[in-house]
Each structure stands twice: as structure tokens, then as C-alpha cells.
Design a protein around this ligand. Sequence first.
Ligand SMILES: *[C@@H]1O[C@H](CO)[C@@H](O)[C@H](O)[C@H]1NC(C)=O
Ligand SMILES: *[C@@H]1O[C@H](CO)[C@@H](O)[C@H](O)[C@H]1NC(C)=O
Ligand SMILES: *[C@@H]1O[C@H](CO)[C@@H](O)[C@H](O)[C@H]1NC(C)=O
Length: 416
Amino acid sequence: MPGRPLQVISPAPFDQMMSPSSQSVLFFFLGGIIMFMIMLILALVFWRVIKPADLKKLVKQARRRPANTDFFSGNLRTISLFDFQTLKRATKNFDPSNLLGRGGFGPVFRGKLDDGRMIAVKKLSLNKSQQGEPEFLAEVRMITSIQHKNLVRLLGCCSDGPQRLLVYEYLKNRSLDLIIYGKNDHFLNWSTRYQIIIGVARGLQYLHQDSPLRIIHRDIKASNILLDDKFQPRIGDFGLARFFPEDEAYLSTTFAGTLGYSAPEYAIRGELSEKADIYSFGVLVIEIISCRRNTDLNLPSEMQYLPEYAWKLYEKSKVLDLIDPRMREDGFLEKDVLQAIHVAFLCLQPDPDLRPPMSHIVTMLTSSADMFGAPVKPAFLDRKRNRDENPSCDTISEPFPSPLQSDSSSLPKQPN
Ligand SMILES: *[C@@H]1O[C@H](CO)[C@@H](O)[C@H](O)[C@H]1NC(C)=O
Ligand SMILES: *[C@@H]1O[C@H](CO)[C@@H](O)[C@H](O)[C@H]1NC(C)=O
Ligand SMILES: *[C@@H]1O[C@H](CO)[C@@H](O)[C@H](O)[C@H]1NC(C)=O
């Protein structure tokens, strides 16, 4: 035992009792014993504090971590699986104070991971019975492969029991609706607004024409345009319709209260093509320029429906009245704003075939040449009753005749 030899050597000085070689043997012997005891104690402590189950978990986490740290690597085919407990902790158990928004596909919560990174977690309003895990992961993999600087990054997902969650990057300036609908006093000057318009146009062009999958967004609206710290726009929620059975995606989009953005042929007959997104983009552009909602029943009746009001002003050659008064004070290039309004009218054409494809829109917005013809009168949906709960297409301007006036509750089903 370690104590004994010390007692023995106490009467005489240590170096007189033993030869140098036996001293070093004793030294190694004692050292070995002490090391062994320390190891034994450590092992006991470790065993007590960290139970075997936890060890298994640690190993599992360590295996998972490489995927999680892969976030920003841009590897198109890897998807990160998040642990439900991690997301629960990050969002403080999905606390209402962290609610960022409630889209047609489910609520979104702000979250902070243990390493300090901010994320946005979308809880899909889906049931397990509707989609199994392999299908879900396959869809997530597809969406992860769609990457563009004007599209929100999908970082990963989580599938836990019946829950399906998507994890996105968090954007500092949240969404465009908070700014242009005046809940927030932040003013955007014309160059920032133009940057947002062109960014959204480029994002849509990518979705429609350049991405590996042809994606129709279906729900372009101000609350789906997210802004980073430099007010660069990123389109959110693209591709989510893939998770839902066709008719449900259609319904959730409509009942999310976004009918004001819906192209007439889509809202009325359920005809879906890229041109429906282009119509919504036209509505969005006019909203950005005038800084108001597309439908506002508190305004005098001729101003309630923005595209219709814009067209009336255009016919009277007073379209500059449309512009946000604060922007008028701040100053802008009249020619550029007129060009953007002109492009918006082309997007609102009643005949989908007359609406230019996104690539042309991007060219028109970025070139100075006056290269396009005059728009004809846009098509508008008119929603005088029950605007929120029960969208109905009571009346509509030409060239749509009136079959829809007969019964507002029979919204058409989506084809295919
Ligand atoms: C999911 O299932 C639960 C009960 O099983 C039901 O109450 C809920 O409405 C379902 N949600 C959706 C989105 O279908
Ligand atoms: C517009 O605002 C942005 C930031 O909000 C600023 O960086 C830019 O200089 C402004 N542009 C003009 C022309 O005032
Ligand atoms: C936008 O982001 C910047 C940078 O984080 C921040 O300073 C600014 O307050 C944000 N603006 C709004 C309106 O949230």
C-alpha cells in the first residue's frame, strides 16, 4: 500500500536508505499504483453519471453530427435529420412567442440551436397516415436540391412519430408583409424595393425554368417573401404542395386567405400553370410599389381592390398616384417605377398566354429599352363578401363571363 514504504524510510534521509536504482523502481511502482487507482475512480464515476443508454445516445448523436454540420456545405443530395427533442428545445417547446407565421401548410416557429444558430421550424399540418417517412424524406431530398440565392434554404427535416417538420434558415428581417403592410414603421426606399422585385423575379424564373424540377409555387404573396439582413429577398414555402394530396394543397392555399393573389383561371377553374404564379407576382409588384394590401375593404370603394384601382389610374394617366407617398418624398426614378408597373400589368393579363414568362420579365425589369407592347385591361377577382373565411368569386370583370356568379360555394376542383 502506498503509505507503508514512506513510514519505513522516515527515520533516515531517503537517499541514504536506498541505491539510485532501487529508488527509481520504487518510484515507478508507486506511480503505477496511483495511476491505476485514479483510472478506477474515473471509470466508476463515468459509469454512475452516464448510463449505458446515454452512451448509446451519445454514439448515435456523434454519428448524426456530421450530417448536421453539413448545413451550409451546399451538398445537394445530403439532407440533415434533426432530432425532435433538439427542435423542441430550440423553439422552447414551440412556444407561441416564437411563432413567426402560420402559412397554408402549417405554423412556423423561430428557434435557436445549442450552437447559437437561428433556424425557422415549420410544422407541417400533415398526418402520418397521409405520407410515410420514406416518401417524406424523398420529397425533402427533392426540395433540398432546389437552391438559388433568392430561395429560402431548407436545412433539414425531422420525422418523429406522426410529426413532420422542416428546418429552414432564419432570415433577420422576416417577411415582406410586415414591412409593406405598415405594421412595422420601417421605410424601404425605391432601390431596396426594386432589389426585392427583381430578386423575387429571379427566384421565380429559377423555379419555373431553370431548376432541376419544374416548380409552380402556387402561393406567391408578401408573407412568403423573406428578407435577409440586407433586404435581399428569398422566396419561402416553395415545393411544399408536394407533401399534400393535390386537392388539399389547393384548398389550403385558397383558405390561407390569399385569393387576392390568385389568377382568375386558377381560382375559378383550378387551372394551374406557371402563369398563375406570374399573375400573383404582378399583384405583389403593385403592392410593393404602393405599400398596401391587394384588398382593403376600409378604403373608399374604388380603391379597395388594388389591381383594379391601379388600372383605373393607368387609364386616367395618373398611375403615379399609386406610389407610396413616403417613396414620393424620398425620391425615385419615375421611368423605373413606371416600367415596373407596366410589367405588373402584363403579369395581370386575363389570358394566361399573354402573360410573359419569368425570363422575359427579368429582362424587361433590368433593361432600359422600351421593348414591350401596351397591356390590355387586367383581370380581377372581386371578393365583396366574406373575404377571410369563405372566399367567393361573386363577380369578375371581363373577359370572364358569369358562370361563377351562380354559386359562390362551388369553387372548382383542381384538375389532374
Ligand atoms: C390528423 O389526425 C388527427 C387525429 O388522428 C385529426 O384530429 C387531425 O385533424 C388530422 N390532421 C390533418 C391535417 O389531417
Ligand atoms: C436605400 O436604403 C438602403 C438601406 O435601407 C441604403 O443602403 C441605400 O443607400 C438607400 N438608397 C438610396 C438611393 O437612398
Ligand atoms: C433588418 O436587419 C438589420 C440587420 O440585422 C437590422 O439592423 C434591422 O433592424 C432590420 N430591420 C427590420 C425592419 O427589421
